[in-house]
Design a protein around this ligand. Structure first.
Ligand code: NAG
Ligand code: NAG
Ligand code: NAG
Ligand code: NAG
Ligand code: NAG
Ligand code: NAG
Ligand code: NAG
Ligand code: NAG
Ligand code: NAG
Ligand code: NAG
Length: 600
């Protein structure tokens, strides 16, 4: 077995020329003079504010014009205010897109919906939905949705078809690699042994200065599937596989220097031994009253009032003002944190090892860790040690043990869109959670609604959604797009806010992977979260069905599609801006809101 492994490595290496092994990892150096470890508060960072300002100024006016052109192309007559708002510079709405967890299923469903919103997809433009992706200011991903968001950003915002399948040209990014399993890269034990060796070696540099766990092996494995530097043919080769692609470096890619890319955000939960709260039903693991963490282009932190603190992304791993880490924020380690649900399989260490192709045990055998360290979570030196000790559960811990952001039940990452400073008008929520039959039934919206009752301070209100799955089902809310938060329909800055000071919060456009195709064909999009291998045909079939979900709208008079859906979506996109202008809904928008709003 050993001999064949060696032969294999030699073959691979000779086929590739000089081996660029991945002895890459975080390092420590003296902190910059102006270094600030912690920024307190629930406001957004100056860097984020600047990015959004630049995007508003340089990208949004033409992006919204392109989108308007696409909507008008459907031939549906729009009320004047829709055209005015989308064609203006000053009144443009702020749109955020949140794409849920659910493994590859969610990554693919989210990709299909983004395709339907992409100005570069001619079929999407024909449907009147293409262009909203370019006009969105924020893009949040969780777990499988985080794979999609990270992959899209690091590849410099290719089209979705090119993101998933590559574009056939020889360059760094060649598409996702779902022909190969995530933990078991080969069925041949000798090849798998080489893969395991490589993954373990790739975390050697980090292990010198930082705790390592299954989260590090997971990140390295995921990097082979979602970042630059790997094709199916080189997946087992001893090359760098996207090591050293840092989340904080994405800002230097052309899609970011031009501000075309929406501001990326990922979400994680904390597995805290100090939190003892109610666990949201449906197989979740983390209590709803646990603080939530987000990773964005510039910072990692927590917007919940119990912590309200942030640390620079570029120096993640740092815990004081003298010695600073860099290189800790490897893109797929972070995306892997958002999707690290291995703690849910920590029933015994053997079950955990079996679920992770033994990586949980091998990491510790190779780099012995403190017995106090959790090996099932993704671990971060705590930059918030001593911060908010009265309210932050883990203010006394040296390590933050973070896990999949959906483990509290909030599998669609909505909270980042409720941060007040982001002033989001419309959230497009893409939900591919496995609530029933591996379809979404609305549970993630209910979870966020319940959590907002625990942590309301400093966040925009979340629109009312049903309190039970039965209501979602009875009203078909997951079987077609639904708008939440449509009322107060005549809210305007000239009336309500002056008197009540309560802004309405965002309107929610909910697009769920909630039902089999309407044309009776076999459903392809409800695969299990644990399915890690997909053939190209299956992938394309799922993308096509997801695209349909996002472009067909509601059933209308027995027809499979709503010819006004593109216009209706535009009515939702402009609705908060409309209210600010004190204009009444009119024309097609009146019917659209009657058709798509859930009023409770
Ligand atoms: C547009 O999206 C559809 C559905 O996913 C896909 O089949 C088609 O190839 C896409 N077109 C382009 C130009 O990317
Ligand atoms: C990844 O590859 C794409 C396509 O080759 C390239 O445009 C992008 O800059 C690369 N990203 C990084 C982080 O190197
Ligand atoms: C990968 O390459 C590096 C340096 O070239 C070498 O040290 C390491 O042993 C190789 N790993 C495997 C599994 O062959
Ligand atoms: C959690 O709650 C249970 C039941 O109320 C209690 O017995 C336990 O001591 C609590 N643990 C912590 C860490 O608060
Ligand atoms: C600062 O952090 C570094 C790296 O973790 C550590 O080695 C050093 O002792 C710390 N310095 C102080 C003054 O705490
Ligand atoms: C799993 O890892 C442990 C620790 O290194 C090792 O003793 C054991 O043999 C491994 N089991 C398998 C099936 O690889
Ligand atoms: C990890 O390794 C350390 C050092 O060998 C050991 O003390 C600890 O028990 C191990 N942890 C687990 C979960 O096996
Ligand atoms: C499993 O979880 C427990 C806490 O519930 C933790 O103490 C233990 O370290 C975990 N095991 C591993 C292997 O990470
Ligand atoms: C997908 O949904 C259909 C019902 O429409 C069901 O029969 C099938 O078992 C589901 N597939 C999975 C993998 O859950
Ligand atoms: C829900 O959809 C079914 C068809 O799948 C239809 O018969 C029913 O009338 C719809 N219910 C509502 C409230 O729209």
């Amino acid at each position: 077995m050993l001999a064949s492994a060696t032969t294999f490595v030699l073959l691979v290496l000779s086929g590739l020329g000089p081996a660029s092994c991945a002895l890459i990892g975080p390092s420590l150096q003296r902190c910059p003079a102006d270094f600030q470890l912690v920024r307190r508060g629930q406001t957004i960072s100056a860097s984020e504010a600047h990015y959004i300002e630049q995007k508003r100024e340089k990208v949004l006016p033409s992006a919204f014009k392109t989108y308007l052109h696409s909507v008008k192309g459907t031939g549906v007559q729009l009320p004047k205010y829709v055209e005015q708002i989308l064609g203006s510079e000053a009144q443009l709405p702020t749109v955020g897109i949140s794409t849920s967890g659910g493994g590859y299923r969610a990554a693919i469903f989210g990709a299909g919906v983004l395709n339907a919103l992409d100005a570069r997809n001619s079929s999407a433009v024909k449907k009147g939905t293409g262009g909203l992706l370019q006009a969105a200011t924020h893009l949040a991903g969780l777990s499988g949705g985080a794979w999609l968001v990270t992959s899209l950003a690091q590849a410099n915002f290719p089209t979705i078809q090119h993101l998933v399948f590559g574009d056939g040209k020889a360059h760094d990014f060649s598409g996702w690699n779902p022909s190969v399993d995530l933990w078991t890269a080969s069925a041949d034990p000798a090849e798998q042994a080489v893969f395991v060796q490589e993954v373990l070696q790739e975390i050697a540099v980090k292990a010198k200065h930082f705790p390592v766990s299954v989260g590090d092996a997971w990140g390295r494995s995921l990097a082979r599937h979602f970042t630059n530097g790997t094709t199916p043919a080189t997946l087992l080769a001893n090359t760098s596989h996207g090591a050293g692609i840092l989340f904080s470096d994405l800002v230097n890619l052309p899609a970011f220097t031009s501000h075309e890319h929406p501001f990326p955000i990922m979400v994680a939960d904390i597995a805290s031994k100090h939190i003892n709260g109610t666990i949201f039903p449906g197989g979740n693991a983390i209590p709803l009253n646990s603080p939530m963490f987000e990773f964005n282009l510039f910072e990692m932190g927590c917007y919940d009032d119990v912590l309200a603190a942030h640390t620079p992304m570029k120096h993640l791993g740092t815990t004081n003002h003298s010695v600073c880490a860099t290189g800790f924020d490897e893109a797929m380690f972070i995306s892997g944190t958002s999707s690290n649900l291995w703690n849910e399989l920590n029933i015994t260490s053997d079950i955990l090892a079996a679920a992770t192709a033994n990586f949980s045990a091998l990491v510790n055998a190779t780099y012995p860790q403190s017995p106090l360290l959790r090996l099932d979570t993704s671990n971060y030196p705590n930059p918030f040690l001593g911060v908010a000790p009265a309210t932050f559960s883990d203010a006394g811990e040296t390590i933050l043990s973070l896990v999949d952001g959906g483990e509290d039940g909030q599998v669609t990452p909505l909270q980042p869109m409720l941060v007040e400073g982001r002033a989001i008008d419309v959230i497009v929520a893409i939900d591919a959670v496995n609530d029933a039959n591996n379809f979404a039934a609305g549970a993630s919206l209910i979870a966020t609604q319940e959590r907002m009752q625990l942590f309301p301070r400093g966040l925009a209100p979340f629109p009312a959604v049903p309190t039970s799955l039965d209501v979602f089902a009875a009203a078909n809310l997951t079987a077609r797009p639904t708008f939440f938060g449509c009322t107060p329909s005549e809210y305007s800055s000239h009336t309500a806010s002056v008197h009540s000071k309560t802004p309405p919060g965002p309107l929610l456009v909910y697009i769920a992977n909630g039902a089999p195709p309407r044309d009776g064909s076999a459903p392809l999009t409800n695969t299990t979260t644990g399915q890690f291998v997909y053939a190209p045909d299956e992938l394309q079939g799922m993308l096509t069905q997801s695209f349909d979900v996002a472009t067909q709208g509601a059933f209308v008079d027995g027809a499979l599609e709503d010819p006004e859906w593109g216009a209706c979506l535009a009515c939702a996109v402009v609705d908060r801006a409309r209210a600010r202008e004190g204009v009444k809904r009119s024309g097609v928008c009146v019917g659209c809101f009657a058709r798509y709003c859930w009023e409770g």
